[in-house]
Design a protein around this ligand. Sequence first.
Ligand code: NAD
Ligand code: UDP
Length: 311
Amino acid sequence: MKRILVTGGAGFIGSHLCERLLDLGNEVICLDNYFTGSKMNIIHLINNPYFELIRHDVTMPLFVETDEIYNLACPASPVHYQYNGIKTIKTSVMGAINTLGLAKRTKSKILQASTSEVYGDPEVHPQNEAYWGNVNTLGSRACYDEGKRCAETLFMNYHNQNKVRIKIARIFNTYGPKMNSNDGRVVSNFIVQAIKGKNITIYGDGSHTRSFQYIDDLVDGLIKLMDTPDSFTGPVNLGNPAEITISALAAMIIRMTGSKSKIVYLPLPEDDPKQRKPDISLAKKELGWSPKVDAETGLAKTIEYFRKNLK
Ligand code: NAD
Ligand code: UDP
């Protein structure tokens, strides 16, 4: 039995990961400061003797004994990471330093939840791991993008200098049950708006694209990445290459919910990437992983979740 720390474990991805790691027979320590996560996401795990919950902020050092660490703590939605940009940078950078220090002391393997945002508004399409990205260091997304880029650098330096066993996952847009209903991300926004019969808010003209992966596929990919040989550090893209325009996503959600909501067009936020699609050749080769859940199936499950849980 391994003891595994999941920082950001009460968040959307973290809560699914904690559940899966417990199912696989591990002991799980879930750490969170509840900025965007919620105890409700993991409440069903609290009576499990192999599950431990710690209220803690990753910007502060932590002393626990672990075998593996998944470092997920960081707000992921633009609305939330821009709420306090300085705190977002501290969470990524100081959080990386503290968890890497912990990994170094305990000789744990450590995985960083990096992001497709390291590619910024990409000029290469689809994006592969060799692309260095196109990020505005001063824009409103920079607190997140540059924090995550610096975290990748810290991971690689701890690996090269201190032989810490690292894994870097570049996660592309992920959706599914347990997304926060007021999270501000596009899939949860559109589903909540459609169910409530409110206007569907498309930012810009809806021609920009994203590639959405279902949460179960991502969790598979993260665990497979953690289990790769020590010689493989990544970075590796984890995403579903099925690219879709935001307009097409809105139309799909309106159809699947049978909603009478109207579409309204609002200004596109600053530096909003125009296109995004992962090249997942490396994940296929090194992890034997590719996503299995198509949009129709994943969205149906997510819609069902919000229908049951929306107040
Ligand atoms: P989320 O906001 O649901 O989860 C983040 C969790 O981290 C929350 O529970 C939050 O309370 C916690 N947290 C934030 N700051 C913290 C701090 N200082 N100390 C301790 N806990 C803190 O977001 P998510 O979608 O589950 O994202 C998880 C990770 O995956 C993030 O690192 C994010 O950058 C990365 N990621 C997510 C996506 C996506 O599409 N969901 C894409 C790329 C990368
Ligand atoms: N978006 C939108 N309406 C919304 C929320 C988001 O049109 O209500 C757009 C947003 O401008 C972006 C895309 O959907 O182009 C994905 O946004 P999200 O915040 O989910 O993720 P990210 O921009 O970080 O990929």
